[in-house]
Design a protein around this ligand. Sequence first.
Ligand code: SAM
Length: 350
Amino acid sequence: MIKYLGSKRLLAPRLAEIAERLGASTAADLFAGTTRVGQALRRRGIRVLSNDTAAYSQVLGHAYIEAGADVDRERLRALLAELDVLPGVEGYVTETFCRRARYFRPENGMRIDAIRAAIDRVEVTEVERGLLLTSLLEAADRVDSTVGVQMAYLKRWAPRAANRLTLREPEPVPGPPGTTTREDANALASQLDGVDLAYVDPPYNQHSYAGNYHVWETIVRGDEPDHYGVACKRIDVRERRSTYNSRRRSWDALTELVAALPVRWLIVSFSNEGFHELEQMQTLLGTRGHTAMVAVDAPRYVGARIGIHNPAGERVGRVSHVRMTEAVFVCGPDPAAIARAVDGALPVAV
Ligand SMILES: C[S@@+](CC[C@H](N)C(=O)[O-])C[C@H]1O[C@@H](n2cnc3c(N)ncnc32)[C@H](O)[C@@H]1O
């Protein structure tokens, strides 16, 4: 699975356990990112709608949420084997992300260009295409030269960048196949009639996922966009800013979302390093009925653990704390069911 800020790697199985205990059989993961939470829900037998505005998240959703028993895994493996041995070609990725910027070594960039172009030539279903693109994204992630965000690349190549980019089959996820959408969560909210539970994990600060993961977006879209700056970000990153990245607008967006969701149960992840106060959130979610709040200690983003550095790469300060507090809110109409659901499911050991 790709490196991703705010990914709920450790938390996902616990959230899914809570959802199962609440009796949910359908769930919407409205800000799906890596789709880890959706995958955990699916493993518990819950049918998932996976949504995110990012094209790369939808592709991960095709591979891990939509793909079902009807996927011909033998054919998939054969296709991946063919793609894996293609000779590299110079293309947009090599020029933009290996020579202008340095996210990958050129020999791997050339292989990304060759494989990406070939994926467009094979006749496959949307889900199969998602499986191929997911395999390419994950292979590229294993040989990138970043600290996990694509705002910058390392001054010296990361050791893993020297490895050969190698395609692997995305593991099948057991459980009922779900669906994916690529919509603004607020636009989707009112269309979720009949869904039992929604998981809400929006960005909580100004850092845009479209900017942080622009390389994945460009590889998935294959649209060779104009770019700007040293990081070679897609030009449309400037316009595609999420409301949730705006200090001024995010609270209203969240309030509107919470009011619009026609679901019985709501699980909300919250970080105390974002725009909003914990108490403020508690009050908002109180409008949905009963709320349990569980604090979760999570390892901070790795950049913080290695200290604060200035643009010249010198360490300029110590981080004040190396752990941040995340909270999970579980809301719904039945306090006893909520108490049973969270009992023992959290906190998460890290
Ligand atoms: C904190 S991350 C979610 C991480 C995810 N739970 C995981 O475990 O990988 C927030 C996600 O919200 C997406 N996003 C931002 N604004 C959005 C919006 N208005 N509607 C839907 N998704 C949005 C971003 O692309 C990003 O993937």
